[in-house]
Design a protein around this ligand. Sequence first.
Ligand SMILES: *[C@@H]1O[C@H](CO)[C@@H](O)[C@H](O)[C@H]1NC(C)=O
Ligand SMILES: *[C@@H]1O[C@H](CO)[C@@H](O)[C@H](O)[C@H]1NC(C)=O
Ligand SMILES: *[C@@H]1O[C@H](CO)[C@@H](O)[C@H](O)[C@H]1NC(C)=O
Length: 459
Amino acid sequence: MILYNTITTLTSLLLTIKPSIAAPAAVASSNPLRGGENLIGYSPTNTISNENTETISYQLAAGQTDAANLGVYLNFEDVENPQPIRGSTGGTDPGPRNVEMEKMYSDKLAPPGTDSGATINAQWPLALSGVTLGKGKSGWSRQQNIDVLPAATEMAGVNMRLEAAGYRELHWHVAAEWALVLNGSCRIQAVNEDGQTFIDDVGKGDVWFFPAGIPHSIQALEDGVEFMLVFDSGSFSETNTFLATEIFAHNPREVLSKDLGVPVSSFQNIPSDKLFIFPGTPAPTDIQAQNITGSAGSVPQTQSYSYHFSEQPARQLEGGSVKILDPLSFPIASSFSAALVTINPGGLREIHWHTSSDEWTFFIQGQGRATLFTPPSEATTFDYLAGDVAYFPKSNSHYIENTGDEVLIVLEVLQADHYSDMSLAQWVGLTSKQIVQDTLNLTDETLSQFTTEKKIVVS
Ligand SMILES: *[C@@H]1O[C@H](CO)[C@@H](O)[C@H](O)[C@H]1NC(C)=O
Ligand SMILES: *[C@@H]1O[C@H](CO)[C@@H](O)[C@H](O)[C@H]1NC(C)=O
Ligand SMILES: *[C@@H]1O[C@H](CO)[C@@H](O)[C@H](O)[C@H]1NC(C)=O
């Protein structure tokens, strides 16, 4: 057993400790079997291999020799053969292993000593979701739902790309759909139960919402579009929506003819299969050319299906910024409350929990990590990269720490009629010092530094 007796100081956080051990040529010896002759597989000529697994060459990352409960983020990027070691705990892994993935998710390989037991899985990298390819290079989509993240029962996500003029086919679904445009722009349109119509163009940073059952379509404008859809049901599946092509294909032609008041022959060229994502003719620049209204007119402004969130200024915070969008400003999305948070390098979205909803989170840019704490004493630390989904059940505490060197951008979505959270720091800061002291055995000096204000993102 190779032991590293490295002096553990905080300065080691700043250094990259790379003790490299020259591996003696592996000596594989073999000995005769030592068990009784009555055991299966026994034969005097069979042997047991004694390959030496203790002579592995590896490096440790900065912070890896610190006490395990300090639990700093370990950057394995440039570390040769990283190992599941924290402080004095763990041991080496001779293999088999997927080192590239272990480097990306280092808190999985060498969890902080404060992790304990088993929480739910709170992570799904969309890179592991199979992509559905659209027709003729018109785009693609991929999703996260309870099939891949079983604990995420309240919300599901779909990430979609439409190339210029590409359509997401006219459709509706049982779940309600909330969306954030990630890149580019698109035209969205819908018709409601009262025959009121809606049409708008949305760009990067804007949001839309379609209530359950409201049929709608999406077409990319000339620069193409990518967006993230969030549904209010964890079992939502993009392959299970009500498509215009399918409703036409699966009603008797005689009935379609009566229903729409046209001859049966009108339907001889309708698609025999769904289109889902497909190329279209470019939308006219003049939106009025596609603005159809009946006697009920258009959807009133108070019920608008879009919200130009990109225009809303961010609130600057100590370690980043936040923009909050909830039904107070976007009433139609009556159960969706969201926060678009930026966290500067080294910053921390403070330890918090949500009183009334699970949280569904999407990592838009950068990288971070979170520890999910579940009573009585379960805790798991997850690393997240851009394109990963996180899920934190109601009342379960979590934070998000920026572990990279660029600004981290995350979208937090709740099923709630307003955005709210409980801050650990503010809770203990607003509790009598005597009570906190009796409970946590902290010094007067420590207690005097606690804040009474919610910081949301600390530096
Ligand atoms: C798309 O949006 C993301 C998130 O805002 C950004 O990081 C990325 O650079 C954008 N890509 C393009 C091609 O604009
Ligand atoms: C569509 O037309 C209606 C009726 O003229 C109008 O009230 C509405 O503002 C138009 N929509 C857009 C997006 O211009
Ligand atoms: C509180 O901390 C002090 C200093 O470490 C220790 O002496 C004392 O035993 C602790 N008290 C309790 C109740 O744990």
